[in-house]
Design a protein around this ligand. Structure first.
Ligand SMILES: NC(=O)c1ccc[n+]([C@@H]2O[C@H](COP(=O)([O-])OP(=O)(O)OC[C@H]3O[C@@H](n4cnc5c(N)ncnc54)[C@H](O)[C@@H]3O)[C@@H](O)[C@H]2O)c1
Length: 472
């Protein structure tokens, strides 16, 4: 569908965005700014007109005098595709809607860029796999963690053979009570909408390990519980009666878990002023009833012909970051990342949390607190019979140590930079990662080991068609 301008240079590709909440901002900013030379934003689609208007205002500011950016309701998605003729549809809506939008856009002949997770369960993976196969269109999953320099450095070390063949991986991720708590305030708290943190959050982590070790996940066993958030835990810890939400709560000012939607311009415009339309309450109390996801989780995974993984995720830590150890036949890699050293109620963090901080922003965007824990990255390689060596992780400009800039270039200027590490992720990467989470969820309910092959969804590329005459 891309056309060529009379000068011979390709006309900018046309993009439509489905889902105009927090995450849409990165794509809108790129298409109105850094990547406006190669991409044009042609339409939005979301049930909430107030949230779409937030981005329509940004479009109007970037294109003074232009016609308003068209905005469509979900029921008019197909009409949007036909009328606005996007080359690519960007899916940034709530997770449980991804499978439908991705497959409908592909089948209508459009390429798709989708946010993680690809979808929330095995049925969604099957729907998408069929649509990819039938349509032959391109589907990219934006696994931005692959682009963080520290994560690509791990991939590079393994690919160079620095530790020989990988035999096992241990991966621990800690979400703190700013970022982690945020999953318990809104739609993520409902497993039927997000797949729970084994899918919504851990999809990043499973993809990283899948990518690092270059293997296909095979067997999963998992445990998980809601141990901290939710009304039952709050009562057991004697927290007393909680409000349903922060806005209007009498003691919100002194509550470190409260979220002040009115005090943050962006949150107010995107959510508080929009809630009358659809009842999406962004600041539900994290100790209120109705949470169906876990906050403490552990998993064991075996890769086909590959290593094993032990993984854990905690969503109420006092600091945020992750620790990874990778054992190989020739040595070991250790990565330790402290993204936020502490959340300190005593030194004014409550005030920042309540008024200035968007908790869905990455910790890097928040002023760090410290103490004995130091923020930053430590990457250590130790080969057998040798002393440990610290590996430098050079960072580039912009968010995520320069990772976001690389991701946006891969999305909007594909093929213009070498990709020796294979950072660009496709639909099979999305499937492999979601199915680990789906298997974990199944294991939680059955108490059994789950074999990913039993989902009946492809985990590997289809074999190339046999040459004519080859009957074997
Ligand atoms: N890669 C990352 O680091 C990262 C970070 C944040 C979010 N995300 C992903 O981006 C997506 C959106 O997350 P968010 O934080 O922006 O959430 P959000 O709640 O801010 O926005 C979600 C939007 O989806 C819309 N929506 C709801 N139902 C819809 C429907 N049927 N059709 C179309 N739109 C619908 C909502 O109205 C809302 O505007 C999620 O899939 C999330 O996993 C990724």
């Amino acid at each position: 569908m891309t056309t060529t301008a009379p000068s011979g240079t390709p006309a900018p590709r046309r993009y439509a965005i489905v889902g105009t909440g927090h995450r849409a901002e990165m794509y809108v900013a790129a298409l109105l700014g850094t990547h406006a030379d190669v991409g044009r934003l042609v339409a939005l689609c979301d049930p909430n007109t107030t949230r779409m208007a937030y981005y329509q205002r940004q479009f109007a500011a970037a294109h003074p005098g232009a016609a308003p950016l068209p905005a469509y309701a979900p029921q008019d998605f197909d009409a949007m595709l036909a009328t606005e003729r996007p080359d690519t549809v960007i899916v940034a809506s709530v997770d449980h809607t991804h499978a439908e939008y991705v497959s409908r856009a592909l089948r209508a002949g459009h390429d798709v860029i989708t946010e993680k997770p690809l979808t929330i369960d095995a049925a969604g993976c099957a729907t998408i796999a069929d649509a990819v196969t039938d349509s032959g269109r391109d589907l990219v999953v934006t696994f931005n963690y692959r682009y963080s320099p520290r994560n690509s450095a791990v991939r590079r070390l393994i690919a160079e053979g620095a530790i020989g063949t990988v035999t096992s991986v241990h991966f621990e991720w800690v979400l703190d009570s700013v970022h982690g708590a945020d999953y318990f305030r809104r739609w993520h708290r409902d497993k039927s909408l997000s797949g729970g943190l084994f899918v919504h959050k851990a999809t990043h982590h499973f993809d990283l390990v899948n990518w690092w070790v270059g293997a296909v996940p095979e067997t999963v066993f998992a445990l998980g519980d809601l141990r901290f958030y939710g009304d039952v835990n709050a009562r057991e810890r004697g927290l007393g009666e909680r409000p349903a939400r922060s806005t209007g709560a009498p003691d919100a000012d002194g509550d470190p878990f409260a979220l002040d939607l009115a005090g943050n311009d962006r949150l107010r415009q995107l959510y508080l002023e929009a809630e009358a339309e659809d009842g999406y309450i962004r600041d539900q109390d994290v100790f209120s009833p109705g949470i169906t996801i876990e906050d403490n989780m552990a998993l064991l995974l075996r890769y086909a012909d590959g290593p094993m993984l032990s993984y854990s995720l905690n969503a109420h830590g006092p600091w945020e970051g992750y620790r990874v150890s990778i054992n190989g036949t020739e040595g070991r890699i250790e990565l330790s990342v402290v993204e936020r050293a502490a959340v300190l109620a005593a030194d004014g963090v409550i005030a920042r949390f309540g008024t200035a901080v968007d908790p869905s922003a990455t910790p890097e965007e928040v002023q760090p607190a410290s103490g004995a824990r130091t923020e930053g990255t430590e990457l250590v390689l130790q080969r057998r019979w040798e002393a440990a060596q610290r590996i430098d992780v050079p960072e580039g400009p912009g968010a995520h140590g320069g990772g976001d800039a690389l991701l946006l270039d891969d999305l909007f200027r594909p093929g213009t930079r070498p990709d020796p590490l294979g950072q660009a992720a496709g639909w099979l990467d999305g499937v492999r990662s979601v199915l680990v989470g789906a298997a974990a969820n199944q294991s939680l309910t059955t108490g059994q080991v789950v074999h990913l092959a039993d989902f009946g969804v492809p985990l590997r590329p289809a074999p190339a068609a046999a040459p004519a005459g080859n009957t074997r």
